[in-house]
Design a protein around this ligand. Structure first.
Ligand SMILES: NC(=O)CCC(=O)C(=O)O
Length: 276
């Protein structure tokens, strides 16, 4: 399903897309900003320890970075790839599945494939072409959990407001973006795009990045962050390895939408958002 701007028809939203408070209205989220090396087993064991730590802190939702088991560098991608249809043959899925059982948490309810591949060429600064090694996903990912309806995007997906708008229209409470922004675009844009997606759509945005010391040619910006529905920065990390534990209170969404009813103020006589 794709989303586009169009001036002649309206977004199709059914009753199940209306904003509803989830069963748990206040809970802790963990953003596990991991140091990623070329040693995959070490990456898995670090992720496992972070999940354990976060679970002990009472976190109900754990977000891991984009590329947390493999350095963000095209020459590693194919060697580190795993068969996600077979848990036993996948060291990563096996570890996550065990962690879910050990700590009584839910992992792996959906699979999101990055919709917008990161192809960039800033002369003298950075050049990267994901489309040389990856194929883009072709659908949004929405998953209902006890802590709310979650929309997923991966890194570069955050730059596309239409995806976040589509999630908003479908009743999402939190958009999670595992990510790995870089030093060239991170400082100027990373916080800006997160706050923009949150404030425009009046929902929570949670991001999680590897830490800066991660291996590979690409230097990572870090700064995993939780932003609230009025665009406020709730909690963030620096660039080093860290687990950010923060509170999500869904009543903030209701409050923000009551105080500033953007949906009612929209001028759909002038512009309309549709899904195709
Ligand atoms: N891994 C990515 O998609 C990086 C996106 C990024 O840094 C950007 O500026 O966009």
């Amino acid at each position: 399903m794709a989303s586009i701007w169009n001036t002649s028809s309206v977004t199709k939203v059914d009753a199940s897309d209306a904003f509803q408070l989830p069963n748990i209205t206040k809970f802790r989220i963990a953003l596990c900003q991991l140091s990623v090396t070329s040693d995959k087993n070490l990456n898995l064991s670090r992720a496992c320890s972070s999940i354990e730590y976060a679970a002990k802190q009472g976190a109900k939702l754990h977000v891991l970075p984009e590329m947390w088991n493999c350095p963000y560098s095209a020459d590693y991608f194919s060697n580190y790839a795993e068969d996600f249809d077979n848990v036993d043959a996948s060291p990563t899925l096996s570890m996550l599945s065990k962690a879910a059982c050990d700590h009584g948490i839910t992992i792996l309810k959906a699979k999101h494939r990055k919709i917008h591949l990161f192809d960039i060429d800033i002369p003298g600064e950075i050049s990267f072409k994901e489309s040389d090694t990856f194929t883009a996903g072709d659908k949004p990912t929405i998953v209902d959990t006890e802590v709310g309806r979650i929309g997923v995007g991966i890194c570069h997906d955050i730059r596309f407001p239409e995806l976040a708008m589509l999630y908003r229209k479908r009743g999402v409470h939190i958009i999670c973006y595992p990510a790995a922004f870089n030093m060239s675009t991170g400082e100027l844009l990373w916080e800006l795009v997160q706050r923009a997606r949150a404030v425009d759509n009046q929902l929570f945005v949670a991001t999680c990045s590897p830490s800066r010391d991660s291996g590979g040619y690409y230097t990572i910006w870090g700064h995993s962050t939780l932003v609230g529905p009025s665009g406020e920065l709730i909690s963030t990390s620096g660039h080093e390895e860290a687990v950010v534990i923060a509170e999500i209170d869904h009543s903030k969404i209701e409050l923000q939408r009551k105080s500033l009813p953007l949906d009612d103020q929209k001028r759909e006589d002038i512009y309309k958002f549709i899904e195709t």
